[in-house]
Design a protein around this ligand. Sequence first.
Ligand SMILES: Nc1nc2c(c(=O)[nH]1)N[C@H]1C(S)=C(S)[C@@H](COP(=O)(O)O)O[C@H]1N2
Ligand SMILES: [Mo]
Length: 406
Amino acid sequence: MQRRKFIGKAALASLASIVGADIVYGSKMSPNYIPLALQDPDPFKMFNKDKDMVVLNDKPWNMEAQAHLLDDRVTPNKYIFVRNNGLIPEEIDVKNWTLTIDGESVKQKKTYTLEELKSKFKQHTYQLTLECGGNGRSEFDPPAKGNQWTIGAVYCASWTGVRLRDVLEDVGIKDDAVYFGYHAADIHLSRDPSKEPISRGAPMAKALQDETILAFKMNGEDIPLTHGYPLRVIAGGWPASVSGKWLQRISIRNIVHDGTKMTGTAYRVPCKPVAPGEKVADEDMCIIESMPVKSLITYPKSGATISKGKKLNIRGHAWAGELEVAKMEYSIDFGSTWKTCKLEKPVNRLAWQHFSAEVDFPQEGYYEVWAKATDSNGFAQPMLLPGWNPKGYLNNACHRIAVKIA
Ligand SMILES: Nc1nc2c(c(=O)[nH]1)N[C@H]1C(S)=C(S)[C@@H](COP(=O)(O)O)O[C@H]1N2
Ligand SMILES: [Mo]
C-alpha cells in the first residue's frame, strides 16, 4: 500500500500567497493537488465575454476585442475590453457603499451613499467613447513595454449617472481647485493595502463638463463587476484610465493630482516629438489629455472574400477625443486616392460616430480598404504609425482590412 504524501511547508506558503489567504488545512493537501482557486479560471465565463475576445494578460486581467466584434452602435458587455491594473475587488457591499469627496480644495469633505447620489441629483444618460491610452501599442518599433493592445481597447457604451459637477456644487469647492483625482476599491497586485493599483484624474475643466458623470448603470443595467460596479467616474474622450472603476473617493486637488500612474512616464508622451528609441527625461513628458482622432472598420471582417461584380458596403465608427469627427474617407489603393464615406453626427458629445460607404472594386484580386477620419480641427489620422513614444501611447494609424474579390 502506498503512503499518502503531503505538501511541504514552503510550497504551501507560496500557494497561500497566490490564493491570497492562509490555506487552513493545507497540510492535508497532496503535493500534486492544485487548489480550485488556481485551476484555469475561464475569463470568458467569468466576465461574460465573447469567445473571440483576446486575453492579453491574466495577472491582472486584460482582454481586448477585434474590429469586427465592435460592429454594434452601442457596444454590448460581451465585446467590451477589460483593462485592470490590479485585482478586481473581492467583496462589494453595495448597501454600505459610499463616495467621499475630499481634498485640499473642498470647503468641507462630504460622504454620500449610493442611494443619496441616485435620489439627490438629476440622472443623465450618455453614450461615451472610452479608449485605452495604449490601444495600438503593439505596432510601435522599437516596442514599448505593457499590454500589447492591437486595435481592440476601445468601446462606446451607454452610461447613466449623475453629473460630477452637480455633486461638487453640493459639496462646495474652493477657487484654488485645479484637478480631481479618484480613489477606488481595487487591490494592488502585491496585496499591500497601502498601495493603489491606479489613481488618476483630470483638470477641473474636464470634471465640470456635462458628460463627466458618476455612473451606476452601463447599457441600462448595473455596471458589470469588471467594469466598475457599483460606481464609476466616466470621462469620455480622454484616456480611459481617467475613468476610475469601483469608485470610492474623489479628491479635489489644488495641485495636479499625484496619485499612482499620474506621475513619471505613465500616461504621458514626449512634449515634443522624439526619434524612435530616444530616451526622454521625465520632465519632458506631458500628460495625455484628449485622445486623438481615430476610426475602425467593423464590417466586413478583415480577410473577407466578396463575389465579383457586387458592391461592398463597409461600415464602422470614428471618434476624436474632445472633438467631433468632421470627415471620413476610405481608400482601396493604399492611400493614393480617397473617397468620402457617409458620416453620422454623434448622438451626444463624446459618443463615437458611425460611417458607411459603398465600395466598388475595378477587378478581381486582393485589396486593402483603409479608413481615415479627420477631426473638426482638420487633423487626420496618419496612414501608418504616428510619432514613436517610449510607452507606446496614442497609435491612431488608419485601420486597414484585407478584401479579396473572386
Ligand atoms: N479602479 C480602477 N479604474 C480603472 C482601471 C483600474 O485598473 N482600476 N484601469 C483604467 C484603465 S488603464 C482603462 S483603459 C479603463 C478600462 O476600462 P474597462 O475595463 O471598462 O474597459 O479603466 C480605467 N479605470
Ligand atoms: Mo488604459
